[in-house]
Design a protein around this ligand. Structure first.
Ligand code: FES
Length: 223
């Protein structure tokens, strides 16, 4: 074999190797490729792997402690603008002696202040659709859940429109005292406790759609 022929064959072999290394792999399935290498031919059906089942946390064998009889000053009334609200992550006492996170909000409607547990009765997610926004944004007359748009009377917490019509928010006794502080009564909380993370809150950090609005859900730091 002449030198020229040998070098041509070597060049061809190199080109073939390069082509093989750069050629796209046939088939996107590792199982199909492995079977093809063994000479097995046929149709391969890819099946979706079912998502892992998420078990809900076990029920707590305790319940919220009865009211302590104390009054709890939460904020000054001027900290909440009219037709706005403010969320307060609190720690509530339970009968097993533990403190557990308890998110509430206070909504201002003119000169009235109303406090509620921050939980929609429909799917038990937070109500606020944006930081400190609890009111329906067009007319600012009713409270609105950011997930499916249920609307609630701000004074009673009763759902007047939406998927949980007739249900109601859990109301907390709330008034403005002589120092202009918004005060909670009829609860048992620890305002000094470090705030723990809210568990099982599916609303955190989600961007929600609601009748064409893009709604950014909120986190629990709003103090
Ligand atoms: S979760 Fe509030 S309306 Fe559905």
């Amino acid at each position: 074999m002449s030198d020229q022929t040998a070098s041509t064959e070597a060049a061809n072999a190199q080109t073939t190797e390069e082509a093989a290394s750069t050629a796209p792999e046939r088939g996107g399935c590792a199982g199909a490729r492995a079977a093809a290498e063994k000479g097995i031919r046929g149709v391969f059906v890819m099946r979706a792997v079912p998502p892992p089942k998420i078990e809900p946390p076990p029920p707590v064998a305790a319940e919220p402690s009865p009211p302590s009889g104390e009054l709890y000053g939460i904020c000054n009334k001027r900290e909440i603008r009219d037709r706005m609200g403010k969320s307060f992550p609190l720690m509530r006492r339970w009968t097993d002696g533990k403190l557990r996170p308890w998110d509430i909000f206070i909504a201002r409607f003119g000169k009235e202040y109303h406090a509620y547990v921050n939980e929609c009765p429909h799917q038990h997610v937070r109500l606020d659709w944006e930081k400190n926004n609890f009111f329906e944004p067009n007319y600012l007359k009713v409270l609105m859940c950011g997930k499916h748009g249920s609307q609630f009377d701000p004074e009673t917490g009763v759902c007047i429109e939406g998927p949980c019509k007739g249900a109601r928010l859990e109301k907390i006794v709330c008034f403005v005292d002589g120092d202009d502080d918004v005060v909670l009564a009829g609860v048992n909380i620890d305002l000094e406790a470090q705030i723990g993370p809210a568990l099982g809150d599916p609303n955190v950090d989600e961007v929600l759609e609601n009748d064409g609005f893009k709604l950014q859900s909120t986190k629990r730091e709003f103090l």
